[in-house]
Design a protein around this ligand. Structure first.
Ligand code: NAD
Length: 428
């Protein structure tokens, strides 16, 4: 979203087209899968704290629900676009399919900047978003979740609005709810931990000891924080993180060559994953430009912020030492940069596999909500590890057998499953 000329949907379609060719998909299946089944775009009027009305633009895109109800987060971002939401909904379809959970792909968003909105104003946006979509979402239809700049509180306001309108309790409507209010233990950790479960398997395959590796991370929000936690527990060293600075309206990289201290940084980080620059400098971190994370001498790159970060322009800065890229964020690598990564033989763990821990745990949350019976955190994380590990092994086995790039192998598995579901239903 940072670069207005970048079109995430064009990129998602280009990735799809390439794999549709690989699979030899027929024309009708291509047509069905390369664009969303349904799209909603609407106004959300909200009375602001100063008494005036503001109108926000909201979106929900349902890409494909042949394998089950749609599933996907809602982002609040000032630069949100319908094309970004389209791309993300398509990636959700492939993500649910690659980890083999019985859900389809959706995504939502609102053009707004929560940094500049009071809690009451954000509540107004959440309730307004649900009012516009009350007929089109639901536990058996399309299940929203948190994403960039939305959290458990936002989900609870949305759930409350839905239940108030429908006049009954629907705990399975939405995931990412607060624990104790229908949320699943382990959801907060799930995406970041999931990234590291797949990274652990990649390292096993490459015969690399985690303790001997260094990683550069972009982002310091939910995904990055928990990925760093588990990776450090495995003995790995994170040399830098980068994040957005709200005051300066730019991003910075915080570097400590012998390894960042996660808890120390968390103490000086706001709820949006923004680090206090002055305090970080006081703690001995080198404060570098936002894109400096990509050029560090490390073994692993872990983009966990936004799409469109590893591009034709930035790929040339990547050190020869880099062996693995684990895509915590959605769509961080453009097709041009991807071609270079493939050529250089860097092990790619593609976004819709690497960060599928979040949706897998959301699925567990939905199962628990529907049963009204909740599991211990250990059980959730153990099941998550099994799902993520099996998905990784299926993709890497296919990649090895058919000599495919990891991203292509993941697409082949996912698209095949979705195409088959459409055929089995008689849609195509
Ligand atoms: P978040 O809002 O918690 O954190 C985002 C982080 O990125 C923050 O630290 C922010 O400062 C940083 N950031 C924003 N713009 C930046 C820039 N230009 N340069 C450097 N850093 C920047 O978000 P999150 O939940 O951690 O999500 C991160 C990525 O992972 C997104 O692409 C999201 O779609 C994807 N994802 C998230 C989940 C999940 O469960 N949270 C699941 C799957 C995928």
């Amino acid at each position: 979203m940072a670069d207005k000329s970048f079109n995430a949907f064009a990129m998602a379609q280009a990735q799809f087209d390439k794999c549709a060719d690989l699979l030899g998909l027929d024309d009708a299946t291509r047509k069905l899968l390369r664009s969303p089944m349904r799209e909603y775009s609407f106004n959300i009027p909200v009375r602001m704290d100063d008494g005036r009305f503001e109108v926000f633009r909201g979106f929900r895109v349902q890409h494909n629900d042949a394998r089950g109800p749609g599933k996907g987060g809602i982002r609040f971002h000032p630069l949100e676009t319908i094309d970004t939401v389209r791309a993300l909904s398509m990636w959700m379809t492939w993500k649910c399919a690659v980890v083999d959970i019985p859900l389809g792909g959706s995504k939502g968003g609102v053009i707004c900047d929560p940094h500049n909105l009071s809690s009451r104003e954000q509540e107004g946006i959440c309730r307004g978003w649900v009012r516009q979509l009350v007929r089109d979402i639901g536990p058996l239809r399309d299940i929203p979740a948190p994403d960039v700049m939305t959290n458990a509180q936002h989900m609870l306001w949305m759930l409350d609005e839905y239940e108030t309108i429908r006049g009954a309790k629907y705990p399975g409507l939405i995931t990412g709810k607060p624990v104790g209010m229908g949320g699943s233990l382990g959801r907060t950790e799930a995406t970041g931990f999931g990234v590291i479960y797949t990274l652990r398997e990649a390292m096993k395959e490459m015969d690399v000891e985690p303790g001997s590796t260094k990683t550069a991370v972009q982002g310091f929000g939910n995904v990055a924080q928990y990925a760093i936690r588990l990776y450090q527990q495995m003995g790995g060293t994170v040399v830098c993180v980068s994040c957005w600075d709200q005051n300066d309206q730019t991003s910075y990289t915080y570097l400590k060559k012998n390894g960042i201290d996660l808890d120390e940084l968390l103490n000086i980080t706001d709820h949006f994953g923004g680090i206090n620059k002055g305090k970080a400098a006081g703690l001995g971190y080198e404060v570098l430009p936002g894109d400096a994370w990509i050029e560090q001498e490390v073994d692993i790159l872990l983009p966990a912020a936004l799409e469109n970060q590893i591009t034709a322009k930035t790929i040339v800065k990547i050190s020869d030492r880099v062996k693995v890229i684990a895509e915590g964020a959605n769509g961080p690598t453009t097709p041009e940069a991807d071609a270079v990564i493939k050529e250089r033989g860097i092990f790619m763990i593609p976004d819709f596999l690497a960060n599928a821990g979040g949706v897998t745990c959301s699925y567990f949350e939905q199962v628990q909500s529907n049963m009204n019976h909740y599991w211990a955190k250990e059980k959730v994380l153990a099941k998550l590890d099994i799902n993520m590990t099996s998905a990784f092994i299926a993709v890497s086995d296919l990649a090895r057998k058919k000599k495919l790039y990891m991203r292509d192998a993941a697409y082949v598995i996912a698209i095949n499953r979705v195409a088959q579901a459409c055929k089995d239903r008689g849609w195509i």
